[in-house]
Write a protein that binds this ligand. Sequence first.
Ligand SMILES: Nc1nc2c(c(=O)[nH]1)N[C@H]1C(S)=C(S)[C@@H](COP(=O)(O)O)O[C@H]1N2
Ligand SMILES: [Mo]
Length: 168
Amino acid sequence: MGRSPAAAAAAAGTAAAGPVAEVALTGDLARPGPLTVAALRGRRQHLARVEFACATSGERRHTFTGPLLHDVLLDAGPRFDPRRRKDRLRFLIAVRGADGHHAVLSWAEIDPDFGRAPVLLAVTLDGTQLDGAGPQLVLPQDRCGARYISGITAIRVDGGYPVWPDAG
Ligand SMILES: Nc1nc2c(c(=O)[nH]1)N[C@H]1C(S)=C(S)[C@@H](COP(=O)(O)O)O[C@H]1N2
Ligand SMILES: [Mo]
């Protein structure tokens, strides 16, 4: 049996041919815009061997590669004052998959000055390139697999929590 085109391309370290997924990166950013897996692959790559538990399918193990979500989002210019650590604490990151599954992370969770979670925006899953499917969120610190959102179509960075309704 021959290898699939995706497996062959993964082995060769190149993208599989075919339709290319795009991630809409929006929100309180100086440089929003669409992201492709090819563009993510051009950044510094990290490898994560992970284990997580799924409520329905049990223990799962995978190997992912890709850039750090923090690096990608920092380059997009989040609208906080980078010199003031406190100013980052109100930022949220919402991540959505093609099927509508979505989750929210806090900026501080992935910030090297705070939670330092090494969250990846993966471009490969067990050696298969994700150009067609779209990148996958990888959270090595999570015991449960539910936030490992695959087929990411949108990431929204939101810092719009300047005032509490009943502050005072
Ligand atoms: N887009 C999307 N990603 C998703 C889900 C989903 O429903 N939609 N389910 C999550 C859950 S609950 C788990 S446990 C893992 C399972 O990943 P695996 O079956 O590839 O190991 O995917 C996660 N990623
Ligand atoms: Mo799951």
